[in-house]
Design a protein around this ligand. Structure first.
Ligand SMILES: [Zn+2]
Length: 119
């Protein structure tokens, strides 16, 4: 963690640079919850449905622009979607770390501006 020792001297643009460099590898990045759903199909006398086992499919649930969404995810795409969700959480975590660092940097910048006004 080489950047940690700089936290006490960074400027707002240092924070921006740090965020960009940390976020670079976080693609795909997405939020939502992926679940395995069982459902009936429309075929008559379908053995899977008759046995009660039904059909499993992955669905991503979330809210987007205020609306609930449910998106079917083909099984072969699940690893990529899961990776996106892991990265999305990592990105969210980064943004939580940004708040205190950015505020600290803004205060430092303000204190230095004052100092140079007085000097
Ligand atoms: Zn069926």
């Amino acid at each position: 963690m080489s950047h940690m020792k700089q936290v006490d001297s960074e400027s707002p643009s240092d924070v921006a640079h740090w965020l960009r460099s940390e976020a670079t590898d976080l693609w795909p990045a997405a939020l939502g919850s992926l679940s395995l759903r069982r459902s009936r199909c429309i075929r008559e006398n379908c053995p899977a449905c008759l046995s009660g086992e039904q059909h499993q499919s992955y669905v991503l649930y979330d809210r987007a622009e205020g609306r609930r969404i449910a998106v079917y995810v083909p099984e072969e795409l699940v690893p990529q979607v899961q990776r996106g969700l892991d990265n999305g959480r990592a990105l969210q975590d980064l943004l939580h770390q940004v708040a205190p660092r950015y505020i600290k940097a803004l205060k430092r910048e303000r204190a230095e501006a004052k100092k140079s006004d007085e000097g």
